[in-house]
Design a protein around this ligand. Structure first.
Ligand code: IMP
Length: 427
């Protein structure tokens, strides 16, 4: 039995969807543990491509149970839309294999409104959120007035909670002279979905404990990345959930000793969407080149991603926070044809070199780079580590050396088969 968590090491968009899709062939269940449809996991199977915000990436494997864990915030309409998209590809997506935690929280129309309102209000200090209502939904959760998914099928709980949420935020709408949709409309819209949602509701923690008792393989799928984690990221420019391994525990109800491994997923370079510090962000001509080659546009919002170089101090910090046991390196093909690839190996802070990521003083820290020689060969058809260009092998070995971890999966193109699996964590 293996219970493996797949966690993003950077600012999200590391290619977790593809890695989870590949590994889900070997598991009984895939569980999304945090976030909502701010995530966008792109999965390519044959000629079909699907972008999922809520459904675990294992949904494309018919034998795999897919769980939306209690740490998530779920927009019920988006959930039903995604079920439709997957079914349109001929894949079974019924309540016999897809389960929503009763305890997960719902994203309501008012949360989307609030997300936009906060962002517009902040002007230059805005976070650059996805405006999907994620932050406000988590605010209501920790404010102890949130609407759980199970409340959608209980008329009194539904009406009472929606009314309380609207009452709480009404003064802000009035102050901003924005109109708040009548709460009865929200109640009726959600009540009309109860028949579609109810069959998917389950005690997902009990399902997982049962799978663990049966010694099944389980994959815990992270969303976003450690540098966007509400506790460990570049606060306040973060998402509102625990994207790191901590969220894999609280968001599923699995205890720490049940997790047998953590696979840290990183891109061969770095990207970030939205505002906030990004010390290794590259000068404008390089992002354009990477953005085109790597398709670096937000999969849910279409926003161009900011692009930059690999940051080893940040990576090492993420590795330690998450107790990572092996690494998956994605999008190596995007760096092909760069004659030289800078890699950040440390930071100069107050004239002193440090190999730690200066999370609390990023504005005063200057990245220090080592240049790495690039490669020219097209690598998309390579399936053996030894067949990769020597300079790419050295680039990978350097990551292994600095993190003291093996790189066990290397992605050389977007398709499922464009992957070198050095070691499968489930075998
Ligand atoms: P929110 O999660 O929509 O509140 O956005 C907060 C920050 O996290 C913003 O900078 C977003 O761009 C970023 N973010 C949220 N989800 C993702 C993701 O899946 N990939 C990359 N960035 C994300």
């Amino acid at each position: 039995m293996s219970v493996i968590a797949a966690v993003g090491m950077q600012w999200g968009d590391e290619g977790k969807g593809k890695v989870v899709d590949i590994l889900s062939e070997f598991v009984s269940a895939v569980v999304r543990y945090a976030g909502g449809n701010n995530a966008g996991h792109t999965i390519k199977v044959g000629d079909s491509k699907v972008i999922l915000g809520l459904l675990p990436s294992g949904v494309m494997r018919p034998g795999c149970r897919c769980i939306l864990g209690g740490g998530m915030v779920i927009d019920p309409l988006v959930f039903l839309e995604e079920i439709g998209k997957v079914r349109a590809l001929g894949i079974k997506a019924g309540p016999d294999r897809i389960f929503i935690a009763r305890t997960a929280f719902a994203v309501l129309p008012i949360h989307r409104e609030l997300d936009g309102l906060f962002e517009d209000h902040q002007g230059a200090g805005r976070i650059g959120t996805t405006r999907r209502g994620i932050g406000p939904a988590y605010q209501d959760k920790v404010g102890r007035r949130g609407l759980r998914m199970a409340d959608i099928v209980d008329r009194d709980a539904l009406a009472g909670k929606v009314e309380a949420i609207h009452a709480f935020w009404r003064p802000m709408f009035e102050r901003e002279r924005r109109s708040l949709p009548p709460f009865e409309e929200t109640v009726e819209a959600l009540w009309s979905l109860r028949g579609d949602i109810e069959p998917f509701l389950a005690d997902t923690t009990a399902i997982l404990h049962d799978e663990i008792r049966k010694k099944s393989n389980i994959l815990l799928e992270g969303a976003q990345g450690t540098l966007l984690d509400v506790d460990h990221g570049t606060y306040p420019f973060v998402t509102s959930s625990s994207a790191s391994i901590a969220g894999a525990l609280s968001g599923t109800g699995i205890g720490p000793l049940s997790i047998t491994g953590v696979i840290g997923i990183l891109k061969a370079y770095t990207t970030r969407v939205g505002e906030g510090p990004f010390p290794t962000e590259a000068p404008p001509e390089m992002p354009a080149r990477i953005r085109d080659a790597g398709g670096e546009y937000g999969s849910m919002t279409g926003r161009p991603r900011r692009c930059g170089w690999l940051d080893l101090p940040a990576l090492t910090r993420s590795v330690r926070i998450n107790s990572v046991s092996s690494l998956a390196l994605t999008k190596c093909d995007v760096l092909t044809a760069f004659s030289e690839i800078p890699v950040c190996v440390g930071y100069e802070v107050n004239g002193k070199l440090s190999h730690d990521f200066p999370i609390a003083g990023l504005d005063r820290a200057v990245p220090v780079y080592e240049p790495w020689p690039g490669w020219k060969e097209n690598i998309s058809s390579v399936r053996e580590l030894g067949d990769l260009p020597a300079n790419l092998r050295r680039y990978i070995q350097n990551i292994e050396l600095k993190t003291e971890l093996p790189v066990t999966l290397i992605s050389v193109g977007p398709a499922r088969n464009e992957t070198i699996v050095v070691k499968n964590p489930f075998r």
